[in-house]
Each structure stands twice: as C-alpha cells, then as structure tokens.
Write a protein that binds this ligand. Structure first.
Ligand code: PGA
Length: 273
C-alpha cells in the first residue's frame, strides 16, 4: 500500500506544477564571456524548434560580437540583448558599444549593473543610472541588477545596500520610464557558487524590493515591474524558486550555457510541455 505522505507529496507536486504553468515567467540567460560562433549557431537552431508559449519570455544575453548572428538567426520568440552598453551616443570610447548600435542589431534588452561590472570594472551607481536612462530613451528595456555581498548579508545590512542601489540606480527615472524596467536580484554570494539563496531569503528580499519599487515608481507601475532572481539557478531548483512570491523570472548564468538545460528549465513553466 502507498503511504499517505507519498500521496500527499504527489498531489502537492502536481498542484505546484499547475501553478508554475499558469504564472508568466521571464527566463533570461546571461552567457557572460562564453560560447563560440558555432556553439551559438547550434544553440539558436535548437531553441528555434521550441514550442514557445505566449505567456513566457526568453531573453538571451550573448557576448556583443554575436548579436549580429542573433539578428540573422533568432526567430521572433527569441528575445535578446547586450550584457552591457555605454551611455554616450558615439565617440572616443574604445571597446564600448552604444545603445543605438545594440538596437540596430535587434537588441531590445540590456543587462545593466551586473555585479561583475560593479566589482571588476568598478561601475558606480551613478554610471549605472546613466546606462539605465540611455537604455529607456533608446527603446531598450534595462535589466538592472542589484545584490549584496556576503558580508552585508551576514551583518544584516543587505536591505541598506539594495535600497541604495535602487535609489541611486534609478535616480531621476520617471514613473512612466520605470514601466520599462526589469530588476534582477542577484546576491553576489550566490552567483556562480552553486549555492542559491534560500527560498525564505528570496521571498523576503523580493518583497522588500517590491516595496522600494512602489515607493519609487508609485503603486500602479511599481507593482508590475518584474523582479527576477539570479544566482546559481539550475533545472533542479528553478521550479521551487518560481513558487516564491514576487519572483517574476530568473537571470541564469552557468546553467544557461547548455541549451538542453535551458530547455529543461523552460519546460517547467510551459503549459505545452
Ligand atoms: P549563475 O550566474 O547562474 O552562474 O550563478 C548568474 C548571473 O551572474 O547572472
């Protein structure tokens, strides 16, 4: 005879699966400085055959040199954008790309303020704010990344850090401009470590971010800005994290490099699978 807890687990699982397939999710893939041209072509070929649903969006962030390949090969279900861009229009800025250049390559999103840009390339909140604004004014939706380091989490200062990053990163952004935003909460200590934040931490922090967004952009706009979670998301934990309140999707690094894994994650949210 099957034991009762096994049956309860099965029922719970199927209820959860139904919830996950009803909620809209954004699945964003941050390739960072990875992949070759032929790997990119293979990835796009596999993904093009996917039965995309209307509700969910997939956004890929390849290295900028591959954007042209996306322009040529990506079908209309595959949204994409740059991992970074500069806030000036043109000029002597060696190594940078402008919002218009990215836009001309079909890019409709851009990651802004990823923790690797903040830490390694010393991007300040002021610079990040300029990038957010140039994105919005160029018709590119910025995915503004925020997140605390382990020390700030340990000494319980993470809310101050997140509040600062939001207030400074969005300084001067109007309510109607804010409607174009996507926020990604990525605790720095969870990025690439294989250890995601706990479900309690995610739920609590996303609710905090929601309150700040409402205070910045007003209730109507603030309550609808998607908040993605990022940091060691993979096919085994993505469903559980999707059940957390205020999680509108995911920004996925390492696990998104393998198209099979990305598809396994998309399947969890796709009512056609
Ligand atoms: P990860 O990276 O999924 O490899 O932790 C996430 C990110 O940096 O956006």
């Amino acid at each position: 005879m099957m034991d009762q807890s096994y049956i309860t687990d099965l029922v719970k699982k199927s209820v959860f699966n139904t919830i996950l397939k009803k909620k809209p999710f954004i699945i964003a893939a941050n390739w960072k400085m990875n992949m070759t041209v032929s790997q990119t072509e293979h990835y796009l070929d596999c993904l093009s055959r996917y039965p995309f649903s209307e509700r969910n969006s997939v956004i890929l962030f390849p290295p900028s040199p591959y954007l042209y390949l996306f322009l040529q090969k990506a079908n209309r279900n595959i949204h994409y954008g740059s991992q970074n861009l500069y806030f000036e229009e043109s000029g002597a800025f060696t190594g940078e790309i402008s919002a218009d250049m990215a836009k001309n390559l079909g890019s409709t999103f851009s990651i802004v303020g990823h923790s690797e840009r903040r830490d390694i390339f010393k991007e300040s909140d002021e610079m990040i704010c300029k990038k957010v604004k140039v994105c919005i004014r160029s018709g590119i939706r910025p995915v503004l990344c925020i997140g605390e380091c382990l020390h700030d989490r340990k000494i319980e200062k993470y809310t101050n850090v997140l509040m600062q990053q939001l207030m400074k990163g969005l300084c001067g952004v109007t309510e109607s401009e804010a409607a174009n935003l996507i926020i990604a909460y990525e605790p720095v200590w969870a990025i690439g470590t294989g250890e995601s934040a706990t479900l309690e931490q995610i739920e609590e922090t996303h609710s905090f971010i929601r309150k700040i967004l409402i205070s910045i952009a007003g209730t109507d706009v603030g309550k609808n800005i998607p908040i993605l979670y990022g940091g060691s998301v993979n096919p085994d934990n993505v469903g559980q994290i999707g059940l957390c309140k205020e999680v509108s999707g995911f920004l996925i690094g390492g696990a998104s490099l393998d198209v099979e894994k990305l598809i396994r994650m998309m399947d969890i949210f796709n009512e056609k699978r």
